[in-house]
Structure formats: structure tokens, C-alpha cells
Design a protein around this ligand. Structure first.
Ligand code: APR
Length: 229
């Protein structure tokens, strides 16, 4: 089977009711990035940051995968599909995609401050509070890659893209590095599809642009991919 690698961003989950970041009405219009998405913000006001992610986690449990997530999972019958997501929700997994790499962490997980390699599940319905510690007594924080922090999963993501037969990008403004640089690892001649309702500026001219929301875009993509099976 051909290897299909899909990079997804916030637009993938927009139709599930999860806000994007930079669209009008997006999360970064309502919150200050430096307050809720940096290690310095957490140090300055950990309660505010924990609350921000507690609210987003609660909201996630009210959302369902949309047809786009389900359509990508269905492609597994014809392709070896690898999803690289910038999203911290678990909607790809809940749509039954089997290979999902999270570049920016996961809302339903926690890690001790200073140790992003030890990861714990947050039980559904539970909030993360100041004073919640791991067995070694270390304060737990959201397992989220904040601005200014290393992105440990970028290396495996690069390897997957460089090794792909087909590369697909869905619902990301490609504003945030290192994720935005992943497009540069797609080989020349490798078919590249980009699904987004808005124009997305890239440095490449060899992209097949599908201007649509994720659900409709994945439907069109599925039809187009018939000739690549
Ligand atoms: N279907 C597909 N794409 C959509 C939809 C939709 N229904 N709605 C919006 N979009 C597109 C927008 O046009 C935009 O190009 O999704 C993109 C969302 O861009 P951003 O809000 O910048 O989100 P993203 O690229 O995922 O952000 C990257 O930035 O703040 C950080 O860590 C956060 O992972 C996030 C990273």
C-alpha cells in the first residue's frame, strides 16, 4: 500500500466545534498567547493556565469527530495512513485513525514540570489543579508544547514526510514553526494536496489546492486519490 502522510491543524477540528487560533473569533483573539501558552506564563500564573486547559479539555468531551476525521480514518483501507497533527484534541483517535503523532501535545494528558518525557493520562472528568503531583511529588502541568519549548516529535514527523508517497495538509495556516517547515521535507514529485477554505501561502508551486472545509475537502481528496491507489 502507498504511504499517505497527513499534516493537520486547527481547521481539521473546526467543524467539530473547536475554535481555531488565528481566524477571526479564534482563540488568540480572546486569550493572550504569552499568558496561557508559554512556560513563563505558567510560572507567573499557574492557576490561570491550568484553568484555560481544564476548560478546553471539558469542551473536548462535548465534541465529536467530524466527517473529515472519519474520512481520513476510512482511507486506511486503501493506504498506509500516518497523521501528524498540531491539534491537542483526540478527535483523530476517536475517529479510529491508528497512527497519530501529536506535535504539540495532548489535552487529555499531563506531565511533571520540567519533564515532558513522563506522561500521565488525565482521567475523563478530572481537572488538573495546583498541588496535583506525580508519584515523585512533582507538580503536574498540561502535556502541551508551549511557545518557546522544544518540539520532540518533529524528528519522527520529518522522517514520515520524507518517506511519504503522498502528502496532504489540512486546516493549518502554516504560521508556527517548526511545524510550518515540514512542507519543505516533501520530496519533489511527491503529490501534495492542501485542503483549506482560505488561501494558504506556501513556498511551493507544486501543490494541488482543494479550497474547501475539511469534511468536503476530504471527500474530494478521497475521490482524487483513487488514481494513486
Ligand atoms: N476546514 C478546514 N480548514 C479550516 C476550517 C475548516 N472547517 N476552518 C478554518 N480553517 C483553516 C483556516 O483557514 C486556517 O488556515 O484552518 C487554519 C487554522 O489556522 P490556525 O488558527 O493558525 O491554526 P494552526 O495552523 O493549527 O495553528 C498552529 O499554533 O497557536 C498554535 O499550538 C497552536 O497548534 C497550534 C499552532
Amino acid at each position: 500500500m502507498k504511504k499517505l502522510v497527513v499534516l493537520t491543524g486547527a481547521g481539521m477540528s473546526a467543524e467539530s466545534g473547536i475554535s481555531t487560533f488565528r481566524d477571526s473569533g479564534g482563540l488568540w483573539e480572546k486569550y493572550k498567547v504569552e499568558e496561557v501558552a508559554t512556560p513563563e506564563g505558567f510560572e507567573a500564573n499557574p492557576g490561570l493556565v491550568l484553568d484555560f486547559y481544564n476548560q478546553r479539555r471539558k469542551q473536548l468531551y462535548t465534541c465529536q469527530p467530524n466527517e473529515g476525521h472519519l474520512g481520513l480514518a476510512a482511507l486506511e483501507k486503501d493506504f498506509e495512513v500516518y497523521i501528524i497533527t498540531q491539534n491537542v484534541d483526540n478527535l483523530h483517535e476517536r475517529a479510529s485513525s491508528t497512527n497519530v503523532l501529536h506535535l504539540h501535545g495532548e489535552l487529555t494528558k499531563a506531565c511533571p514540570v520540567g519533564d515532558p518525557y513522563t506522561v500521565y493520562d488525565i482521567p475523563p472528568g478530572k481537572d488538573l489543579q495546583l498541588g496535583d503531583t506525580d508519584p515523585q511529588g512533582r507538580q503536574l502541568r498540561p502535556f502541551i508544547v508551549w511557545f518557546g519549548e522544544a518540539v520532540p516529535m518533529i524528528e519522527p514527523a520529518i522522517r514520515q514526510i520524507a518517506d511519504a508517497d503522498i502528502f496532504v495538509i489540512i486546516g493549518t495556516s502554516l504560521n508556527v514553526y517548526p511545524a510550518a517547515g515540514l512542507l519543505g521535507y516533501a520530496r519533489r514529485g511527491q503529490p501534495i494536496f492542501l485542503i483549506d477554505p482560505q488561501e494558504v501561502h506556501t513556498c511551493r508551486t507544486d501543490i494541488h489546492f482543494i479550497r474547501a472545509l475539511a469534511s468536503e475537502g476530504v471527500r474530494q481528496l478521497t475521490r482524487l486519490l483513487k488514481e494513486y491507489r
